[in-house]
Design a binder for this molecule. Structure first.
Ligand code: PEP
Ligand code: MG
Length: 610
């Protein structure tokens, strides 16, 4: 019980062992000493400025924005991979938002206050608005504003930049981490990250996953329970943090960690082998990538080409769309690096959870997931689509390039997109530009309407790829960015299983390949069901490939098909989950620990009870 002191230690548990629970955000086990990140509190006396000094104050504000932007640029350029670069780029856009600049300038001028004071007042206002939003995505952007304002304030004060220098091997403990902080941590060789706030989609979680650092986020009361140098275990598989474990418990965690790492090494060693099941069935495993620099990771993990190149990332962090020549150069470079394997380029899938500033529409979208996104947006912005198509068609003379259309709703919309492809070809022909005339064209099946019409759609295309992230969102009506309904995300829902089966069968009847490229493909729990339903191509984030390959190499098609047949029979989602988990746990318990990072409802219940 608290004795009423408020010295920061009153709520701290005894010096003994404490176990804390949060959200498992990045798989793996990290054991190390706590490094508590004590964010510097910046005190701001309200300072008024004379009218004659206002222009100088405004100039000081702009100089601080430029310095902050340059710092973010430098951190971004030190990063190897794609997704986190993108996050930093989004922060740079936020920083340079003219509305933000105008509001601060206005506050300085109207109220005759210092740049520091104006920045913090405007930041607070924006944060308050964001934090009141219904959508978790916007609420999480509130913390971005805090981090940006903090950096700008430090730069206004001319103080040294906040340096994060945890000793190698530490576990970083923080209330929250900015994307820039997390990027710095990757260089510091930390072994774990635990934050008080955040969920599966928060930036620290996304960063930790792609940097392969075990992480638990959303741990309430974290900072009261831990102090620097406490020994910690971060279990990013179960979402548990053990503080000050006893020596014998620590030994057990060490053993579990060794086992985990040995397993990772073992499966990675097979990266050069094909994913062939015991009976000889071949499953092609390809990589999902967002930008060029992720291709080395794809090749390192043994991808047989790129199954989903998310080209929209090239549009998101900029003021102007890529030019035709840029599309051409990037695609040509990708083909060169993955040769002799193919690369599937998805036309830009912007909008909704992939925001862009490239278009300024009057209407505010109240429901952006069902709004002007993806192919609908591309068809409306036809010139931009034609420009991308021309670049891709030109690049296709250099290797096996494929073009994939996202979020196709049905045959009519597909025809409109195919007409755009035909037009891009004839524009190139008129201009006398070398291009390929027989690029395979495919569609993503990620709307229930497309899954139901898969047999009709299949007649017009060369391949289909099931985007389960969106197919689940639209079939089960779960906003994929809303943690509050995350528990309803159940890929084994009978409706989903039947839709996947339907698409797979339609592809088979039409004689065209069908792949799965949503997160479901990367999750070892679903490998048997997907292959058993007839899927022979899976595309996933690169680091998931070795585990999935190992499962396929240890299985036969007939056992995978038997499970799929049983799952197709059931009517309730808990039944299909039980069937699949029972088999997969008994055969591949270690593999399942290296999976998706979210739990099925039945697993959460079991963990809660335990
Ligand atoms: C999907 O929806 O499953 C998919 C692969 O596309 P994205 O996640 O980019 O929407
Ligand atoms: Mg999608």
């Amino acid at each position: 019980m608290s004795d009423g002191r408020d010295d920061g230690t009153a709520n701290r548990a005894s010096e003994g062992r404490v176990e804390l629970r949060g959200t498992a955000a990045s798989p793996g086990i990290g054991i190390g000493c706590a490094y508590v990140l004590d964010r510097r509190r910046i005190h701001l006396p309200r300072r008024e400025v004379a009218a004659s000094d206002i222009p100088a104050e405004v100039a000081r504000f702009h100089a601080a924005i430029d310095t902050t932007n340059a710092q973010l640029e430098a951190i971004k350029n030190r990063l190897p991979h794609g997704e986190h670069r993108q996050i930093l780029a989004a922060q740079q856009l936020m920083l340079r938002d003219p509305d933000l600049g105008n509001s601060v300038e206005e506050a300085i001028t109207r109220e005759s206050i210092s740049a520091e004071w104006a920045v913090s007042a405007v930041a607070e206002e924006i944060r308050d608005t964001l934090e009141r939003a219904d959508d978790v995505y916007f609420r999480e952007r509130g913390s971005d504003i805090t981090f940006l304002a903090e950096r700008v304030l430090i730069n206004l004060g001319g103080e040294a930049e906040l340096e994060l220098q945890p000793p190698p091997g530490s576990v970083v403990i923080a209330h929250d981490l900015s994307p820039a902080d997390t990027a710095e941590l990757a260089r510091a060789q930390v072994v774990g990250i635990v934050t008080e706030v955040g969920g599966q989609t928060s930036h620290s979680a996304i960063m930790a996953r792609s940097l392969e650092i075990p992480a638990v986020v959303g741990v309430e009361g974290l900072l009261q329970q831990i102090q620097s140098d406490d020994t910690l275990v971060v279990d990013g598989i179960e979402g548990v943090v053990v503080v000050r474990p006893a020596a014998d418990e620590l030994d057990r965690w060490q053993v579990a960690n060794n086992r985990y790492e040995i397993f990772e090494d073992r499966v990675q060693r097979e990266h050069g082998l094909p994913a062939i099941a015991r009976d000889g069935t071949n499953v092609v495993l390809r990589a999902n990538v967002a930008i060029d620099s992720e291709i080395s990771s794809a090749l390192f993990h043994g991808a047989e080409g790129i199954g989903l190149y998310r080209t929209e990332f090239a549009y998101m962090d900029r003021e102007r769309p890529p030019t035709e020549d840029e599309h051409y150069r990037v695609a040509k470079g990708v083909l060169h690096r993955v040769a002799p394997y193919p690369a599937v380029f998805r036309t830009f899938d912007l909008g909704s959870d992939k925001p862009t500033r490239l278009f300024q529409y009057e209407e505010v979208e109240r429901n952006p997931a069902m709004g002007l996104r993806s192919l609908r947006l591309a068809l409306r912005e036809r010139e931009m689509l034609l420009c991308q198509l021309r670049g891709l068609l030109r690049a296709a003379v250099h290797g096996p390039l494929r073009i994939m259309l996202p979020l196709v709703s049905g045959v009519e919309e597909l025809r409109a997109a195919l007409a755009a492809i035909a037009e891009a070809k004839s524009q190139l022909a008129v201009a006398g530009m070398a291009h390929s005339t027989d690029v395979p064209i495919g569609i993503m099946v990620e709307m229930p309407s497309a899954a139901v019409m898969a047999d009709a759609l299949a007649k017009h295309v060369d391949f289909m790829s099931i985007g389960t992230n969106d197919l689940i969102q639209y079939t089960l009506a779960i906003d994929r960015t809303n943690d509050a309904v995350g528990y309803l995300y159940r890929p084994l829902h009978p409706a989903l299983v039947r839709l996947i089966h339907r698409v797979s069968a339609a592809g088979k009847a039409a004689g065209i390949p069908v792949s799965v490229c949503g997160e479901m493909a990367a999750d070892p729990r679903y490998t048997w069901v997907l292959c058993g339903l007839g899927i022979r191509e899976l595309s996933m984030h690169p680091s998931a490939i070795p585990v999935i390959k190992n499962i396929i190499r240890g299985s036969t098609l007939s056992e995978m098909e038997a499970l799929a047949r049983q799952v197709l029979e059931v009517e309730e989602v808990h039944e299909s989950e039980e069937l699949v988990l029972e088999v997969m746990r008994s055969r591949f318990s270690e593999h399942l620990q290296h999976g998706g990072g979210y739990r099925l409802a039945s697993e959460r219940d079991a963990a809660g009870a335990g």
